[in-house]
Design a protein around this ligand. Structure first.
Ligand code: ZN
Length: 346
């Protein structure tokens, strides 16, 4: 009996000898299953072009003066976010109505007065200690020579996306379908000055970085770049970084897209020898640098990039909706999957 058992064990080991790379990828892909796809779809539909448009038009209005770090317009925009989270009863991780993570002037090497990241939070129901961070920078270039840099695409588009994703998750929670893991909604300051708000956050994280499972960062997702304009194809998004620290994250993103968004996921800028080096150029990099898997969502540069002409009327709101829904579905999986995201590279 004993001998036979051993023999069987050997046979088993032999028969499932090291699976090939292709087999491992196939097994990984099959393991990514959305448990309640109808819930994902129904909460995803709460993210609408109309609501995104209202937020982008407000954040990129003259009143917010180009949202320059440390200036009155940025503080106004911060209060707009805080009011939004309070109205939607989305709590702050800092307690009470303290939605601001203050960053002292000294941290900016005197390049800016003190400023703040704006942070909201939904606690997970079964793994509250595991955290997903969804981020977008709030700051832009301000006013120069009486000309306002509105930053509608950069990055009122990403800011509005984070707001709507938070609202969709909160609606789900209010109806008993809250995320299993916790989610932090992080609006960063001083990105334009060198990713300083995210750098401050990773130096002073609100929840331990070792329990932060991933960062989805959104920076410019409301426009179409000249490449896709020439192709007359708006149905795309550049996805950067997804496979660099976790093969699973790349396939989660692909599965979410195939099932809920059907955009073309363009990996051109994920190439490490790509000259623009976008992987290193927005806030996600501060998380990736510390080993946290990231995805950076980006529409590419266009003629209004960092110009006063980056205005709300030029945003494609139905497309902004679709891209936001892709990010929501990806976040939903990460926050609700049976096992925590693997950080293996296959
Ligand atoms: Zn930006």
């Amino acid at each position: 009996m004993k001998i036979l058992l051993i023999a069987t064990a050997f046979t088993l080991v032999g028969s499932c000898a090291t699976p090939s790379y292709t087999q491992k990828i196939e097994a990984l892909k099959e393991s990514i299953v959305f448990e309640n796809p109808e819930k994902v779809s129904s909460y995803s539909e709460t993210i609408t072009a109309e609501a995104l448009s209202v937020h982008v038009h407000t954040l990129a209005s003259k009143e917010f003066e180009g949202r320059e770090t440390g200036q009155a317009g940025f503080d106004k925009a911060s209060r707009y976010l805080k009011d939004f989270y309070i109205q939607n009863a989305i709590p702050s991780p800092l307690g009470g109505d303290t939605y601001f993570q203050n960053i002292p002037e000294a941290y900016f090497n005197d390049s800016s007065p003190s400023s703040q990241n704006v942070i909201a939070y939904i606690e997970g129901s079964t793994h509250p200690e595991e955290l997903l961070i969804i981020s977008a920078h709030l700051d832009h270039l301000g006013v120069a020579d009486e000309t306002t840099f509105y930053g509608a695409d950069d990055n009122a588009s990403g800011t509005a996306a984070v707001m709507m994703i938070a609202q969709a998750f909160m609606s789900a929670k209010n109806e008993g379908h809250g995320p299993k893991r916790s989610i932090l909604f992080l609006h960063l300051t001083a990105e334009e000055a060198g990713l300083l708000g995210s750098h401050y956050y990773v130096k002073h994280p609100i929840y331990a970085l070792e329990h932060t499972i991933a960062n989805l960062n959104i920076d410019m997702i409301g426009r179409i770049d000249p490449h896709y304009e020439a192709l007359q194809n708006e149905n795309y998004i550049y996805v950067i970084g997804a496979d660099r620290l976790s093969t699973e994250l790349h396939y989660v993103s692909e599965a979410a897209n195939a099932q809920f968004a059907n955009l073309e996921l363009d990996y051109k800028y994920n190439d490490d020898d790509e000259a623009n080096r976008y992987y290193y150029r927005s806030d996600h990099y501060n998380f990736a640098y510390r080993g946290i898997p990231v995805i950076f969502y980006f529409n590419g540069e266009h003629k209004d990039y960092h110009k006063p002409t980056d205005t709300p009327d030029k945003i494609n709101y139905p497309l902004l909706q679709k891209r936001t829904q892709l990010i929501f579905a990806t976040a939903w999986y990460l926050a609700n999957s049976e096992h925590k995201l693997n950080t293996n590279k296959l």
